[in-house]
Design a protein around this ligand. Structure first.
Ligand code: 5GP
Length: 174
């Protein structure tokens, strides 16, 4: 099962980026080209009946499979970045973190009004990042077609934040 292979390939890094956090490191997956192509195939299989116009990937690990997936599905890829990184005119969305806040951006011409956007990231934790991305896409008058993640950390209940945007939520492992 791909779920087990993903889980077995993740590396737990203790106290990163802060003491007390156990970070799920996906870089061992990236070194395994066979697993990477099976992951893309699995996403494609599970997304093939979903209607959408483009994939928005969240900086930076959401770019890895997000772009591969978009390419395989013959869809445009849209980068969502931290404030100050995108060169052209941007639209912004701020959101709260445990301490302080963060701002993400998208290019103002990333997609057309009314288009359906699939949001992709490597990992769903509290859901704050993806919720902010959804609000950003709505601000640009896009529709949220759904979400795709390599991993969802279910104990953090991030999914609850996403249901109001779309019920289409695919995770390959949890
Ligand atoms: P959230 O906003 O859902 O709490 O956090 C998810 C975001 O933080 C994603 O962009 C994800 O890449 C990153 N993130 C948080 N914790 C981890 C982790 O343990 N491993 C990885 N790979 N990313 C994480």
């Amino acid at each position: 099962m791909i779920q087990e292979r993903i889980k077995n390939s993740l590396r737990d890094v203790h106290d990163f980026p802060k003491p007390g956090i156990v970070f799920k490191d996906i870089t061992p997956i990236l070194k395994d080209q066979k697993l990477c192509s099976e992951i893309v195939d699995e996403f494609v299989e599970r997304l093939k009946h979903l209607e959408f116009d483009a994939i928005a990937g969240i900086e930076s690990r959401g770019f890895l499979f997000g772009l591969m997936l978009a390419n395989k599905l013959n869809k445009p890829f849209i980068p969502i970045r931290k404030a100050g990184k995108l060169p052209y005119k941007t639209i912004q969305q701020s959101y709260d973190l445990e301490y302080g806040s963060a701002t993400i951006e998208i290019h103002a011409d990333a997609f057309q009004e009314g288009q359906k956007i699939l949001i992709h990231d490597d990992l769903l934790a509290t859901g704050g990042t993806v919720e902010a991305t959804s609000l950003l896409i709505q601000k640009m008058k896009g529709q949220i077609a759904g979400f795709s993640f390599l991993i969802s950390l279910n104990f953090l209940n991030g999914e609850q934040k996403l249901n109001k945007f779309s019920k289409n939520n695919i995770s390959l492992a949890s």
